[in-house]
Write a protein that binds this ligand. Sequence first.
Ligand SMILES: Nc1nc2c(ncn2[C@@H]2O[C@H](COP(=O)(O)OP(=O)(O)OP(=O)(O)O)[C@@H](O)[C@H]2O)c(=O)[nH]1
Ligand SMILES: [Mg+2]
Length: 420
Amino acid sequence: MATGSARYVRYILFAFFIIAVLYFVSNSGPVVPYPQGADFPPKGTTPQSDAVTSPKKEDGPSTVNYGPGLDPKEYPMAMTPNDPGWNDLSGIKSGPRVNATFVTLARNSDIWEIARSIRQVEDRFNRRYNYDWVFLNDKPFDATFKKVTSSLVSGKTHYGEIPKEHWSFPPHIDQERAKKVREDMAQRKIIYGDSISYRHMCRFESGFFFRQELMMNYDYYWRVEPSVELFCDVHYDPFRFMHENNKKYSFVLSLYEYVETIPTLWDSVKKFMKNHPEHIVENNSMGFLSDDGGESYNHCHFWSNFEIGNLNWLRSQAYLDFFESLDQDGGFFYERWGDAPVHSIAAGLMLKKDEIHFFNDIAYYHVPFTHCPTGDKVRQELKCHCNPKDNFDWKGYSCTSRYFEINGLEKPEGWENQQD
Ligand SMILES: Nc1nc2c(ncn2[C@@H]2O[C@H](COP(=O)(O)OP(=O)(O)OP(=O)(O)O)[C@@H](O)[C@H]2O)c(=O)[nH]1
Ligand SMILES: [Mg+2]
């Protein structure tokens, strides 16, 4: 009997040993890069809910994670039709991904308009890259919004509710004065001049979207608004382009700001420049913003409803000091400062010229302006469906010529024929 029990104990120990060996074998092995076409980052590695906590990133240069085992040098991007892989537009693109997300601020009522935008961004680009998408709202997103958007986005979707203090009047604002301004602007028929929510939106986009809890998980963003259109295929990864070329901010359309909305913005900017000369960089784009060396603002700005940018730059001390200084002056409420001139002036003064990029090959529409790449050849290569006559770049009210001039860039062939 004793011998029989000992045999059973031996059997059990042996069985444990085999299970342990099997377990060890299945959980070790070489670290392999993500196979071509695999989820990247693998599902489950990025935050799933609104309640994500993440370590605060340090200011300064971005520490972009390309993912384990993926050397970007082994996956060169096809930037022109002659580069290998240019026509490879089917399936999931192999290779590294930048730590980046799309970001949309929207109301529940914007659902069908944002659905249209998402569909185009996915069809022209993201279905092959599967980047995440963060949605932000001053109210909770409803079930329909979440259901429709998450069914359209190929990456992960995250939904964040904006904290009250990022979407309300700061305590130093004189409510009576702000109200009088709105009444006056309503009488003068200034667009959105009487709107409180539009002002909260502009202040939020100027100073807070990049430090929302969900956004802290990323290094780069691409802003998408409701009812925008993308007219051409995007053959390469613009996030990777930004990172590998040290670009911090980018645009597709530029124009003159409606002066009635920003009468004292430049005075505030001059005050900031005086108080913080350490934040103003050499070789900046002052020539884009001013025709008299900084004395006055010429109202040129990059249109911020499209932006691809570096979040760590917006989270830098320089940008935060800039926003804080402007916010203290109260012009988001005593006037109607837009986030486009705020971002543009910041980029123009606190980034080097070559850190700002013009994406000629991303064709885009936001009512009422179109950026349609100049040149028949490029439009055919990119399978664009925009009408070249609609291209705003070289028309009188665009500032893109000025951008080309201050950067010493050659304008694309055929630009002269698109001036009116
Ligand atoms: N959650 C929320 N989002 C808003 C609100 N107002 C505007 N937005 C969003 O903020 C962004 C800019 O607002 P828009 O109304 O498009 O402003 P705009 O581009 O200057 O003007 P449009 O010509 O109307 O497009 C869009 O993504 C809107 O969906 C608001 O009150 N709440
Ligand atoms: Mg809009």
